[in-house]
Design a protein around this ligand. Structure first.
Ligand SMILES: C[S@@+](CC[C@H](N)C(=O)[O-])C[C@H]1O[C@@H](n2cnc3c(N)ncnc32)[C@H](O)[C@@H]1O
Length: 254
């Protein structure tokens, strides 16, 4: 039984768990996580977040690293439907925001088609978390009048993006899931007109105690990623705002 009268049974809450630091959860997310009968969660959901769950709640890990799905997406969809039909209050927890490269929409489409009630609670997406904790604003009147979030990981393994649009000046481009394609990303942006010395950075494990930010340029970033052995989860950020890290960094201490 649910421990909160506002939490009705037989329903799913799709919740963004933020980029890692559990203090970045919304108040609503923390309350719902603490009341749920069952929690279905991905690998980027931080341990501190799961600590908020009731001790007797059912916890179901469904994984989902780039190419290592503990449960295929169809099985996750079915699981959510089955748990709700058992009459449970189900929390579906995803890293960051569920509607930003999180396949949250696909899961909700199945719930809607199955007649299961649901709600969505947004979360702090990795770009916002990494920018805040690395000390660079994503927009700034002197640097960037627009920001774009792009996936660097496409279904067929290619990076077939609108390179002319992504390579325009005066904007910040944030690549999610782009570490494996860093060489191609930087090559394409230079080929489409950005100077090779355009500032670029990578942030790994943003908002967590072991967060690491590397500053480079489009020309040097792929080599720096290899040298420093940067692995996912990490973001690539392209644009002059990243240079503000040196002045505005408050979180990472040497
Ligand atoms: C499947 S996407 C999920 C994005 C998530 N829904 C969000 O809004 O942040 C996973 C990618 O997000 C990025 N990411 C997630 N958490 C991160 C973190 N703490 N630090 C850096 N990048 C992160 C990485 O690029 C990772 O490969």
């Amino acid at each position: 039984m649910t421990h909160d009268p506002t939490l009705s049974a037989g329903k799913v809450w799709l919740i963004g768990a933020g980029p890692g630091d559990p203090d970045l959860l919304t108040v609503k997310a923390a309350r719902l996580i603490g009341c749920a009968d069952a929690l279905v969660y991905d690998h980027l959901v931080g341990e501190g977040v799961m600590d908020l769950a009731r001790p007797d709640a059912r916890r179901i890990y469904v994984g989902k690293e780039a190419s290592n799905h503990t449960l295929p997406q169809e099985a996750i969809n079915r699981l959510l439907v089955d748990l709700a039909r058992e009459g449970l209050a189900v929390v579906r927890l995803k890293g960051g925001d569920p509607f930003i490269f999180g396949r949250g929409g696909e899961e909700l489409e199945i719930l809607a088609a199955s007649g299961i009630a649901f709600e969505v609670v947004p979360g702090v997406t990795a770009a916002a978390g990494c920018a805040a904790y690395s000390g660079f604003p994503l927009t700034h009147r002197d640097h960037a009048q627009a920001v774009t979030f792009v996936t660097g990981h496409l279904k067929d393994g290619t990076v077939n993006l609108d390179w002319p649009a992504l390579s325009r000046p005066c904007q910040t481009i944030v690549f999610y899931m782009g570490i494996g394609a860093a060489g191609e990303i930087c090559r394409q942006m230079i080929a489409h007109g950005l100077p090779a010395d355009t500032p670029a950075a990578v942030v790994r494990n943003g908002t967590l105690p072991d967060q690491r930010t590397l500053l480079a340029t489009l020309a040097t970033l792929p080599g720096r990623i290899v040298e420093a052995d940067i692995r996912p989860p990490a973001l690539i950020i392209v644009g002059s705002v990243v240079e503000l890290h040196e002045q505005l960094n408050w979180f990472e201490r040497p």
